[in-house]
Design a binder for this molecule. Structure first.
Ligand SMILES: [Zn+2]
Ligand SMILES: [Zn+2]
Length: 327
């Protein structure tokens, strides 16, 4: 499907800064009309052939620039329950990148050029969100040690405590991304998202962006969410055991119960920068503006920097010599 403007026939897109549908051609808002089509082989607007991966659910026609959304990849069994609509616009994402890299001396000079930044794309990444409740039973022996001095004697008192913890906790919407191309580590660094803004899925939010349907089933990725839950549970337990000098564990047992699983799309801006045959990837959280990515180091800039420091040092020496001569 595509979203067309009722006023001018242009391709309407979801505008993150406005929080509504927008036509970039005639600047009208909420003027969209859904034009349905199930073709995965050609553009519904211009007929140009498409080359899609088996997971592509939304793309931009390379020929006419229209944003296409593929019905059969956003409807059951691939229909997301929830979507976190883009909140950061393209312009804001560029600003976040500029702010992040403004002070990094060694970035190549075209790193933040308008031409390079044209290649930035907004992507909805498929995620599974898992709800768990946990029970954590712990029993152990804790000690607290008190020392004091009286006259010539130093006293040490060790108190022993039987420590029992029975914890119940709920974890909601623990995320695991379900895209092969999106490295897991990157999406973990993108967190946190504010899930309060999750909303019921509607295809119009995808207009203007790229997307994939989930690549893997919820069961295949549950272990990643469980690792996060185990770690968070352990932190909760350890937090409750603070204040003892030593702690000996008699027994502990953590049990996890998966309550609910939900399929959602999360927004990410992706900037691909090529430098000397290497590809660098930058990501900006499409909701919060958080930036993830390392600066490529340009040799030319490093050398230029070294030369200017050296020249400055020489100038200061010259000044010192000059002062000495006057004296
Ligand atoms: Zn229009
Ligand atoms: Zn087209």
């Amino acid at each position: 499907m595509i979203f067309k403007c009722k006023n001018c026939g242009g391709n309407t897109v979801y505008a993150p800064d406005k929080g509504r549908m927008y036509c970039p051609h005639c600047e009208s808002t909420d003027s969209e009309e859904k034009i349905g089509d199930n073709s995965l082989v050609q553009c519904v607007n211009c007929g140009a052939p498409l080359q899609l991966s088996e997971y592509t659910s939304a793309c931009r026609c390379e020929h006419c620039g229209t944003y296409l959304i593929f019905d059969e990849r956003v409807s059951a069994p691939y229909e997301p329950s929830l979507i976190l609509p883009f909140h950061v616009s393209r312009e804001m994402a560029v600003l976040h990148l500029e702010r992040e890299f403004a002070n990094r001396l060694f970035a190549p000079s075209d790193f933040m050029s308008a031409k390079s930044l044209e290649k930035m794309e907004g992507i909805y990444v498929p995620f599974w969100l898992y709800d768990y409740d946990i029970n954590y039973d712990f029993a152990g022996e804790g000690t607290r040690i008190r020392t004091w001095r009286s006259g010539d004697m130093e006293y040490t008192e060790t108190s022993y405590y039987e420590v029992i913890r029975k914890m119940d906790a709920d974890f909601e919407r623990v995320p695991a991304d379900a895209s092969y191309v999106m490295a897991d580590g990157i999406m973990d660094l993108m967190e946190p998202y504010d899930y309060q803004a999750l909303t019921a899925f509607a295809p119009k939010y995808m207009s203007g962006f790229l997307s994939e349907r989930y690549n893997q089933q919820a069961d295949e990725l549950a272990s990643r969410a469980e690792d996060k839950v185990r770690e968070a549970s352990e932190n909760l337990l350890q937090g409750s055991l603070a204040g003892y000098t030593t702690m000996r564990t008699y027994h502990k047992n953590l049990s996890l119960h998966k309550k609910y699983t939900c399929y959602a799309l999360m927004p990410v801006w992706q900037y691909v920068y090529r430098y000397k045959d290497k590809t660098y990837l930058y990501h900006v959280n499409g909701q919060t503006g958080k930036v993830v990515g390392a600066t490529p180091v340009s040799r030319a800039r490093v050398v230029a920097y070294g030369v200017s420091v050296f020249a400055l040092a020489t100038a200061i020496c010259g000044l010192a010599i000059h002062v000495l001569e006057i004296l």
